[in-house]
Design a protein around this ligand. Structure first.
Ligand SMILES: Cc1cc2nc3c(=O)[nH]c(=O)nc-3n(C[C@H](O)[C@H](O)[C@H](O)COP(=O)(O)OP(=O)(O)OC[C@H]3O[C@@H](n4cnc5c(N)ncnc54)[C@H](O)[C@@H]3O)c2cc1C
Length: 376
């Protein structure tokens, strides 16, 4: 018997936004997630008062007013501005590439001096015609010093192969700023929800029935016809039993450590390690996303850090970054066609759509989906 208008598979942002809209439109929804918690990949858990981003650092940023107004209904955002730094053989550089980086690298002071160095190095690289790979693309955009110290080995650790083997499309642009501005994002609004993302997603799901630790396949077998429609935010290839083959991903392994009695370990939320000296790509010190302080403004006495290791995905790993090359995109298109023909099921979210979505576009897509579905 149909108990629910919608069964939403996945309690991440996509599922939570859809369920929130459906509830507001008077539809009865059940949200299930195979994990033992809500909030999907932006899940945060409190460790000694520090909101730890279990599945990788998440910084909210957007220029979409509709999305910004929407999320602010469920959370108060702090004024965190993302200013990562890079460690290359023990020397520190500001990111993204800006006048601070150029001053640290070449001792230049003015935009004209910095431009002259980059122009000379681009000319020396002498890339003729269209760049054939990521290395040529980067050299033609930023010259040799920035490529070798801040791009090359970091990118190789991220993708597990040489920059000469990677397609140029991965870095269509490498933003270069001739101002002293370390703000990583160009967006109009950014920040971290006070109290963490889990609290924000819980507010979205307020009044919605949610079951965690529940796998879709098992639920569907035990409760046939429980819902009129299904919004499925899990991996689309898995839904179809991988019958056309597996879509490929990159995964990330997090090595998280509580450092008791250490108030300040690296002095910044995000430090990228851009050489092969270290096997990890970044270290996150979670407390600095909320200025190291508790809600009363007191400095927290301990800290938590996470080293991030990037590797190829294999079944059983968390799928993090889709490998949107020709082969995988073509396979995805075939799955998407199967999905379109699947009666009563819509596929959504980063796993259903096999694409890398930041949180804001992911929320925008879920709001669009809700508008289409719920007006029918
Ligand atoms: C390492 C990393 C860092 C990121 N950093 C940022 C950032 O700084 N800023 C930003 O804007 N975005 C960032 N993102 C993107 C952000 O994580 C996504 O936009 C967002 O989490 C997508 O939400 P979703 O609901 O589509 O997917 P998810 O959050 O993955 O949620 C899907 C949920 O579905 C559940 N599920 C799947 N299959 C089943 C099944 N068969 N049965 C039951 N449950 C199932 C999963 O357990 C999961 O909880 C980052 C992503 C990654 C990977």
């Amino acid at each position: 018997m149909t108990q629910y208008d919608y069964l939403v598979v996945g309690a991440g942002l996509t599922g939570a936004v859809f369920a929130e809209r459906a509830r507001a439109a008077g539809r009865k929804c059940l949200v299930i997630d195979r994990r033992d918690h809500i909030a999907g990949n932006c899940y945060t858990e409190s460790v000694r008062g520090i909101n730890v981003h279990r599945y990788g650092a998440h910084i909210f940023h957007t220029s979409d007013r509709g999305v910004w107004d929407y999320v602010n209904r469920f959370a108060e955002f702090n004024s965190y501005v993302n200013c990562p730094v890079a460690d290359y053989h023990g020397r520190m550089y500001n990111l993204p590439f800006n006048m601070n980086t150029f001053a640290q690298m070449w001792g230049v002071r003015t935009p004209a001096e910095a431009r002259a160095v980059i122009e000379r190095q681009r000319a020396e690289a002498a890339i003729e015609g269209e760049p054939r790979n990521l290395e040529e693309q980067a050299l033609s955009l930023v010259g040799r010093d920035i490529f070798e110290k801040l791009v090359k080995e970091y990118t190789e650790k991220q993708w597990g192969c040489s920059c000469a083997e990677l397609p140029p499309s991965i870095i269509k642009r490498l933003p270069v700023r001739y101002v002293y501005d370390n703000n990583y994002f160009n967006d109009r609004w950014q920040g971290i929800p006070v109290g963490g993302y889990t609290k924000m997603v819980a507010a979205m799901l307020d009044g919605v029935e949610v079951l965690t630790g529940v796998e879709y396949r098992d639920f569907a077998a035990a409760n046939p016809g429980a819902a009129g429609r299904v919004v499925y935010t899990g991996p689309i290839d898995e839904y179809f039993g991988f019958r056309l083959g597996e879509l490929e991903w990159r995964t990330v392994r997090f090595e998280t450590e509580l450092l008791e009695g250490v108030e300040n370990w690296q002095g910044n939320a995000v430090v990228n390690y851009t050489s092969h000296d270290e096997p990890f790509t970044r270290i996150i010190e979670h407390k600095w996303f909320e200025f190291g302080r508790d809600e009363a403004g007191e400095m927290l006495p301990d800290t938590v850090i996470s080293r991030e290791y990037s590797s190829a995905w294999k079944p059983g790993d968390e799928p993090y970054y889709p490998i949107n090359d020709e082969k995988n995109n073509a396979l995805f298109e075939r799955y998407w066609e199967l999905g379109q023909a699947e009666e009563g099921v819509v596929f959504a979210g980063r796993l259903g759509a096999y694409r890398y979505y930041d949180m804001a576009p992911c929320i925008a897509a879920a709001l669009d989906l809700a508008e289409r579905e719920l007006s029918e």
